[in-house]
Write a protein that binds this ligand. Structure first.
Ligand SMILES: *Cc1c(COP(=O)(O)O)cnc(C)c1O
Length: 378
C-alpha cells in the first residue's frame, strides 16, 4: 500500500482507465447478467452501507427483505414461502443442499442433479462432502426421469431439477421429479436461478415452482433476469423448518441468530431488488421477457436463413445454434467484437438474448454470423 494517499482526482482517473478496459454489454451475447434497471441502481446507492448481517441495526432494510421474499414467493407459487436474499445462485443452491443434508442426518449423503446442472453443484458436492450423481437428459435436454430413479439409493438426500438450464434454457419435468421425490421422501430443490424471472412471464405455462406439491426449495436470481444489482440471489423454502438447520447463534450482534452463509451481507442489493420488483410489477417483467423472446425468435429465423439451426426450439431467451466450424466462427465473431459462448454436449454456439441487446445490434449479429460461417442467404 502506498504510504501517502493520492488525491481523489488521481484515484478516479485510475478507475476510469480500468473501466475503459471493461466490456460494455452492447455486444455481449454470452452473459446471464445484464444492465440493472435504473431504479435498482438508485436504491442500491441509497442503502450502500446497510448490512443485513446485523439486521437489528437495519430494521428498515430487513422489512424490505421480508417484502422481497413475499413478492418472490407469490411469483413462485407460494406467498407464504420463507427464505433470504443471498449473494447469487451459487449460495442459494449451496444453502438448499446444506439444509437437505442436515435434515436427513445421513452419514454418506449423495444428491442427484441433471448433467445440465450449473457448475455450482460441483463446488457444492465438494464443500458439503456429498457425492454428486448426474442423471442423463432426454432429446430436449431435460432430465431423464428413468435415469434419476436409477441413481437414487438409501443415501440419497435430495433431487435437483433445473428450471431454465444454463446452457440450453430447458425446463425439467418438475411434476415428475416431485412424484419421485415424494415417493422416496426426498428433498426437491429447483434451480431457477435464471428461469425464475423468465418462466412466470412466458406465454406458455410451465409447472416448475411451489405450485407443484413436493417442491421443497427454489433458487431464483434477482441479479440475472430480475434486472437488479449484483449481488442478489434468492433462496426460498416452502417450510420454515428447512431454515432451522441453517441457523447459527450470533452472540455479539444485535440479533440472536442468522441463516445466511455470509456474515456481512449487502442491504443495498435487497433495496435494489425491492425497488425494481415493485417498480416493474408483473406487467413490466412480462414486457421485458416478451421482447427478449421476440428477439430470440428473430435470431433463430435469421440464422435459419443461413442454414444454421438451433439444437432445440428455444424455451426461453437462450439459444444453442448448431454452427459449423464452431471454434473458427466464434473466433472470427470475437474479432468483430461479439462475445458468444458454447454448450458442452453437444457443442454448439450458446447465445443469451438479454434485455441489454438492441434490435439493430441483433440484426448486425445475424449478418456477421452468416458472413463468418461463410454462408449466403438460402
Ligand atoms: C447462473 C446460474 C447459477 C449460478 O448463479 P450465480 O449467481 O452466478 O452464483 C446457478 N444455476 C443456474 C441454473 C444458473 O443459470
Amino acid at each position: 500500500m502506498n504510504q501517502k494517499g493520492i488525491s481523489e482526482k488521481e484515484v478516479l482517473s485510475v478507475l476510469n482507465a480500468a473501466r475503459q478496459k471493461d466490456t460494455s454489454y452492447e455486444k455481449v451475447l454470452s452473459a446471464m447478467c445484464t444492465m440493472p434497471h435504473p431504479v435498482a441502481v438508485k436504491a442500491h446507492l441509497q442503502f450502500i452501507e446497510s448490512n443485513l448481517g446485523d439486521f437489528g441495526l437495519f430494521p428498515g432494510t430487513k422489512e424490505l427483505e421480508d417484502k422481497v421474499i413475499r413478492i418472490m414467493g407469490d411469483l413462485l407459487g407460494d406467498s407464504q414461502a420463507c427464505g433470504y436474499i443471498t449473494t447469487g445462485g451459487t449460495e442459494s443452491n449451496l444453502q438448499a443442499l446444506r439444509a437437505a443434508r442436515n435434515l436427513s442426518g445421513k452419514k454418506r449423503p449423495n444428491f442427484v442433479v441433471p448433467t445440465s446442472a450449473h457448475f455450482s453443484f460441483d463446488k457444492i458436492g465438494d464443500l458439503l462432502g456429498m457425492e454428486i450423481r448426474k442423471a442423463g437428459l432426454d432429446k430436449d435436454f431435460r432430465v431423464d426421469i428413468g435415469s434419476v430413479e436409477d441413481l437414487i439409493d438409501e443415501n440419497t438426500v435430495a433431487l435437483v431439477g433445473i428450471a431454465g438450464s444454463t446452457e440450453f434454457g430447458s425446463i425439467d419435468p418438475v411434476d415428475k421429479l416431485a412424484d419421485i421425490a415424494s415417493s422416496h421422501d426426498l428433498f426437491l430443490h429447483i434451480d431457477a436461478a435464471f428461469g425464475g424471472f423468465v418462466i412466470p412471464f412466458l406465454d406458455k405455462k410451465y409447472d416448475f415452482d411451489f405450485s407443484v406439491s413436493g417442491v421443497t426449495s427454489i433458487t431464483a436470481d434477482p441479479h440475472k433476469m430480475g434486472m437488479s444489482t449484483i449481488p442478489a440471489g434468492g433462496l426460498l423454502f416452502k417450510e420454515e423448518s428447512c431454515l432451522l438447520p441453517l441457523e447459527i447463534n450470533t452472540p455479539y450482534l444485535t440479533i440472536k441468530a442468522q441463516h445466511s452463509l455470509t456474515g456481512t451481507r449487502s442491504g443495498a442489493a435487497v433495496a435494489a431488488a425491492y425497488a425494481v420488483m415493485t417498480h416493474l410489477g408483473r406487467e413490466g417483467y412480462r414486457k421485458i421477457v416478451t421482447r427478449c423472446m421476440g428477439m430470440t425468435r428473430r435470431l433463430v429465423e435469421g440464422a435459419g436463413e443461413f442454414g444454421i439451426e438451433p439444437l432445440i426450439d428455444p424455451v426461453m431467451n437462450i439459444v444453442a445454434l448448431d454452427v459449423p466450424d464452431l471454434d473458427e466462427v466464434r473466433k472470427e465473431l470475437r474479432g468483430k467484437g461479439w462475445f458468444t459462448s458454447i454448450t458442452r454436449t453437444p457443442r454448439a454456439m450458446r447465445i443469451l438474448v438479454m434485455p441489454h441487446l438492441k434490435e439493430e445490434t441483433l440484426e448486425l449479429f445475424i449478418s456477421d454470423l452468416g458472413a463468418c460461417a461463410g454462408r449466403t442467404y438460402r
